[in-house]
Design a protein around this ligand. Structure first.
Ligand code: PRP
Length: 214
């Protein structure tokens, strides 16, 4: 049995064509079913639906043999014990700094005045502002980051931006792009040894599909 950990949403939608290229079709629709273990057309392949931030944990401890996870989550959670063979080039977005339209970000960065930054990505934000030599106070949030500058909780946020629609709808502007993000394949190292043939088959099909899309 090969178990693949996926999260619902963008990653799930974008991985379906790649799974198909490996001959795997998921039989349940996660938007319609409450099942957390999804069957596929391959009797020896199943999909686990987990929170995006839990994918590395499931793969690291062998609850899943492989998984698909955003670079943002990998950077934030650390990647001990995970083999990361492939950038799948899916669920592409970026991590950026955003502020209220009226906030003078350039001046705040220059003056060295202490900015307050709200984010789910504390490690990424800390590294970014440290690399700029700017001291910031970080506030950890778990979602709806856009509210922080609007309510006075923070001067800026560090968050994922894809279309930019969420920022726009909340009168925020993207002032700095920290890094581009895409989703990566992660594989449990023991599983790779014990189930080498079927795992390699999936990895090779993914690699070919990614290459053909370039
Ligand atoms: C992300 C991010 C933004 C939004 C950006 O949230 O936190 O809110 O997407 O996308 P856009 O630029 O296309 O508007 P997501 O929907 O992943 O949920 P989350 O709040 O749980 O992170």
């Amino acid at each position: 049995m090969i178990t693949i950990a996926l999260s619902k949403g963008r990653i799930f939608d974008d991985i379906l064509p790649l799974l198909k290229s490996a001959g795997i079709e998921v039989l349940d629709d996660p938007d319609k079913s409450r099942k957390l273990i999804l069957d596929t057309n391959q009797p020896d392949v199943r999909v686990l639906l987990v929170r995006a931030t839990d994918v590395p944990t499931y793969v690291q401890y062998g609850g899943a043999d492989m998984g698909v996870v955003g670079k943002d989550t990998l950077l934030e959670s650390g990647t001990q014990g995970l083999y990361q063979p492939l950038d799948l080039q899916i669920a592409k977005c970026r991590i950026s700094v955003a502020v209220r339209e009226s906030f003078d970000y350039a001046a705040a960065m220059k003056q060295g005045s202490r900015m307050t930054v709200a984010t789910k990505y504390v490690a990424i934000a800390r590294d970014f502002f440290a690399s700029k030599g700017v001291h910031v106070d970080l506030i950890k949030l778990y979602g709806s980051m856009e509210l922080a500058p609007l309510t006075g909780l923070a001067d800026a946020i560090v968050d994922l931006v894809s279309t930019g629609n969420t920022l726009k709808a909340n009168h925020l502007v993207e002032v700095e792009r920290i890094m581009d993000i895409s989703s990566h394949l992660v594989v449990n190292q023991t599983a790779l040894k014990l189930k080498q043939a079927p795992i390699r088959k999936i990895m090779d099909a993914f690699a070919l599909a990614v290459k053909q899309k370039d």
